[in-house]
Design a binder for this molecule. Sequence first.
Ligand code: XIL
Length: 350
Amino acid sequence: MLGLHSRRAVIASALALAACSRPAKSQTVIPDDPLKSLADFPVGCCVQAGQLDDPDFAALLARHFSQLTPEWEMKMEYIVQPDGSFQFDRPDRIAGFAREHGLRLYGTTLIWYAQKPDAFIHLDPSRATFGQAYDNYIAGVVGRYQGAAGWDVVNEPVAEDGNGWRQSLWAERLGDFDHMVRAFHVAEAADPTATLFINDYNLESLPAKLSTYQRLIEKLLAAGAPVSGIGCQTHANADLAPGAIAHAIQALAGFGLPIHVSEMDVSVARAKGFLTSRVDLETRQARLYEEAGHAFASLPPKQRFAFTVWGLRDKDSWLHGENAGDTPVLFDDAGEPKPAFAALAKGFQP
Ligand code: XIL
């Protein structure tokens, strides 16, 4: 279908954009269609409640995507108050927007080593008391958004270098393996219809991390944990070797469970040679999106849970805070689709 409905909006290649005095060597035809219409699986984007106040943002989001992940307002950092109470106004707003526009809601993240609110730190550390609060949190959040398509139940459990699992408050109080099993059981009881994910990153760039992640999934399944989906965040850098993303997706698909490409972006600024070869890196960026899209679209239909990008326009990306010159996602600051958009759309085609 690509090209059929396109307005042949031929835009200058990244080469011409970066060096305006040189003519474009290649041109990219950007499809005019909504991204979600070019895929036969859900296509997601992360969102913050405040962004929905911007009508341009809201329209672009609803036009191209069929699933929303709250970027941070469904995490403990927003929900858990110092006195241990929960606040839900902003995640409710995102859930309401999803409902009104017929989009799926994806919840992230229930248990994450990176977030340990004071209210939990100061609790009586006994397994009974702490465990009850832990269960209460998971059940409360999942229960409130019953009907969500899925949840990141345990996020980023594997150590940064891939050797073993991460230390965390949750592991200290409830056991490094047991806290994960427990979280899946509690989430399942709160919403038996949601797909329950484990999720991690750098699986394409660090073979040891991919392998530890696979072993952990095996162990969780063997212990009876109701893990029903596998997430591959896919935060990549533009200098990642070709083939690495496809390899990780295929390796994880070996479990036969639904796969979520859950947070894809491709940083140009974090890649080697950013200042000297930006043009080259943007071409590589587009290829990585195409590779990921194609690897995902090639999975058996039942395993294509969703393909999610982590940010709508470049200026909305979390990486923008780290380097304002980074351009990691599919739409530029003005909301125009980039070559990366065309590449992902192409990858989605069988
Ligand atoms: C980030 C969000 O983009 C930020 O806005 C938030 O403050 C912190 O989390 N891996 C993850 C995501 O699993 O949840 C992170 O998102 C990005 C890295």
